[in-house]
Design a protein around this ligand. Structure first.
Ligand code: BTN
Length: 240
């Protein structure tokens, strides 16, 4: 696959988008040792010092823009698979796009689209994993952790990257044909939210309920106190 490595970039997602606009093929990979302008969801900054795994993939899925909504969910599953190739306590997924360990964030996924109307021209899937990071800035210390902290030793990032890419490739080709449905059960097994009482903030409104799981489109299914089921395509989930 076309492989682009940079010691420092602003954001691998921005580099990958530029490459995609210039015609980079599906599977093109951008990896950086450090990002100075790493971005997370909801306009947040993503702390990306040397030692982490910061990379982006160019994808060209034959689906509608709406269907790409389950892609971060799918990729978070591939990331936990890659991590499982190491002798580590297992990490979990927190819908829609987080990788967590004991409630602390280990990684995240930022999917961005180059699309218009019903056509997806490209997708940039950015994956960030706190691998060999030994300390975080004070505000993150309470909410973030790293694989090195969990394992008690540093991990091989090339090995981890290839394990994640192998899983991602397998999952993605199945997803292009069959959608998210085949992954639903596997995902729910690794979901740290199942059966938990949560609040979800989604476009200015807040809903509360118990997490029943995800549906065949990767949407989160919440059961309200009065028994009604609601599905969410995105949002910010907090425990209650
Ligand atoms: C999130 O949890 O909000 C998503 C974090 C995504 C971070 C990765 S690191 C590689 C890629 N480049 C970026 O600027 N962001 C993603």
């Amino acid at each position: 696959r076309p492989y682009h490595f940079y010691p420092v970039v602003s954001s691998t997602n921005d580099v990958a988008k530029e490459l995609a606009r210039q015609g980079a093929p599906e599977g093109a990979l951008v990896v950086a040792e450090e990002q100075t302008g790493g971005r997370g969801r909801l306009g947040r900054a993503w702390h990306s010092p040397p030692g982490g795994l910061w990379f982006s993939l160019v994808l060209r899925p034959p689906v509608s823009p709406a269907a790409t909504q389950s892609l971060p969910v799918l990729l978070s599953l591939a990331v936990t698979d890659g991590v499982a190739a190491f002798p580590l306590p297992s990490v979990e997924v927190k819908w829609p796009n987080d990788i967590v360990y004991q409630g602390k964030k280990v990684g995240g996924i930022l999917v961005e689209l180059g699309a218009e109307a019903e056509a997806v021209h490209f997708v940039v899937a950015g994956i960030g994993l706190n691998v060999n990071i030994t300390s975080f800035p004070a505000p993150l210390e309470k909410t973030a952790t790293s694989l090195q902290k969990i394992a008690g030793e540093a991990l091989s990032r090339p090995q981890l990257l290839s394990a994640i890419l192998a899983a991602a490739e397998r999952y993605y080709s199945c997803w292009c044909r069959e959608g998210f449905a085949p992954f639903r059960e596997d995902y729910e097994r690794r979901l740290c939210l199942l059966g938990r009482e949560v609040e979800i903030c989604c476009g200015g409104s807040v809903a509360r309920g118990t997490v029943a799981g995800v549906d065949a489109e990767g949407r989160l299914v919440l059961v309200s106190p009065d028994g009604t089921k609601r599905r969410f395509v995105g949002g910010e989930v907090t425990f209650k």
